[in-house]
Design a protein around this ligand. Structure first.
Ligand code: NAP
Length: 267
C-alpha cells in the first residue's frame, strides 16, 4: 500500500498549524506521521479536543526523537521566530527535508540554512507567504519596479504577529531590488520629526508595518511616477488561503536538494 509523503508538523495547536494538520490529513498522497510541540500537552493530537477522534498522530516534544521514531520525509514548521532556526538545522542535519512557513529568519540564518541544505543535499523551502495571490503580488511588483522604481510597501497583519516587517514585505523588497537601481526616495533633505515615521528602510524602499486585531495578512505596494500611482494589493482573509501553497511546497521539496526561498520560482 502506498502511504504517500510522510509529513511531521511543528506548531499543531497554532492558527496556521491546526489548519495545516487538517489539510494534510485530508490530502491524498500525504500522511501526517507526527507533531512537534514544546509543551507537554498530551501524547496524541486526538487528545487535544480540537481535532477529530481519528486524528491519531503522536506528539513529541523533542525533534530528534520525533525523527528517529517516525522517519518523516518532510518537516513542516509553523511555530515562532524563536524556535524555527534550531528546528530547521536539526531536521536538515538528519537529512529530513524542510518546509518552513514560520517567518522571521535573519539574513545570517538564511545563509546558514542554505549552506547546510547544500552540504546535506537535502531540499529546503522557506516560504514567507504560501498564498498564491501573494506570490503573484510579488511577481507583479518586480515587473512594475522596472518601470516605476519609486516604491513603498505597506504590510498589515493581526496584532499577535511577533516579527516586523513581515517576511512577505522583505521578500517583495528583495525581488524589487533585483530590477531597481539602489536609490534613496523622497526629498534628499527629509528628516523624521518622530522616529519611524518613514518606516523601515530596505535599500531605500520604505516598509511600513500595521498591526491591528481583525486583520489576517495584507499587503499593498505603491509605485509612484510622474502624475500617476500604481497600487498592487493582496488580502488573505482566512488561513485557508495558505493551504494550497503548503501542500504544493511539500510536494516540490521532495524533488529538491538545495534551499529555495519563496515559492515564486516554482509557479
Ligand atoms: P500561532 O497561532 O501563535 O501558532 C504558533 C504555534 O507554535 C503555537 O501553538 C505555539 O504554542 C507553538 N510553538 C511555539 N514554540 C514552539 C516550539 N518550539 N515547538 C512547537 N510548537 C511551538 O501563530 P500562527 O499565526 O499560526 O503563525 C505561525 C508562524 O507562521 C508565524 O511565524 C507566522 O508569521 C507564520 N505565518 C506564515 C504564513 C506563510 O504563508 N508562510 C502565513 C501566516 C503565518 P504556544 O501558543 O503555546 O506558545
Amino acid at each position: 500500500m502506498i502511504m504517500g509523503i510522510r509529513v511531521a508538523i511543528a506548531g499543531p495547536r497554532g492558527r496556521m498549524g491546526s489548519e495545516a494538520v487538517r489539510t494534510i490529513m485530508e490530502e491524498s498522497g500525504m500522511e501526517l506521521v507526527a507533531a512537534l510541540d514544546y509543551k507537554e500537552i498530551g501524547n496524541n493530537l486526538n487528545e487535544l479536543g480540537m481535532f477529530p477522534e481519528h486524528y491519531e498522530i503522536p506528539i513529541y516534544t523533542d525533534l530528534k526523537m520525533l525523527i528517529e521514531a517516525t522517519a518523516p520525509d518532510v518537516f513542516l514548521d509553523l511555530t515562532t521566530p524563536q524556535s524555527v532556526y534550531e528546528h530547521t538545522i536539526t531536521a536538515l542535519k538528519r537529512g529530513v527535508r524542510v518546509v518552513i512557513g514560520t517567518t522571521g529568519f535573519t539574513a545570517e540564518q538564511l545563509h546558514d540554512v542554505e549552506q547546510l541544505a547544500k552540504t546535506q543535499r537535502t531540499g529546503a523551502l522557506i516560504v514567507p507567504n504560501f498564498a498564491i495571490g501573494a506570490i503573484l503580488l510579488m511577481k507583479f511588483s518586480k515587473m512594475a519596479a522596472e518601470y516605476l522604481p519609486d516604491v513603498e510597501i505597506i504590510e498589515l497583519h493581526h496584532d499577535r504577529k511577533l516579527d516586523a516587517p513581515s517576511g512577505t514585505a522583505v521578500k517583495t523588497a528583495q525581488l524589487i531590488t533585483e530590477v531597481r537601481e539602489s536609490h534613496k526616495q523622497g526629498h534628499p533633505d527629509e528628516h523624521e520629526t518622530m522616529a519611524g515615521a518613514r518606516g523601515a528602510n530596505f535599500d531605500g524602499i520604505p516598509i511600513h508595518s500595521v498591526r491591528l486585531p481583525g486583520l489576517v495578512a495584507h499587503q499593498t505596494v505603491l509605485f509612484g511616477g510622474e502624475g500617476q500611482l500604481l497600487t498592487i494589493k493582496h488580502d488573505s482573509f482566512d488561513r485557508k488561503s495558505f493551504m494550497s501553497g503548503v501542500t504544493l511546497s511539500i510536494r516540490k521539496v521532495m524533488e529538491m536538494n538545495h534551499l529555495l526561498y519563496g515559492l515564486e520560482e516554482l509557479l
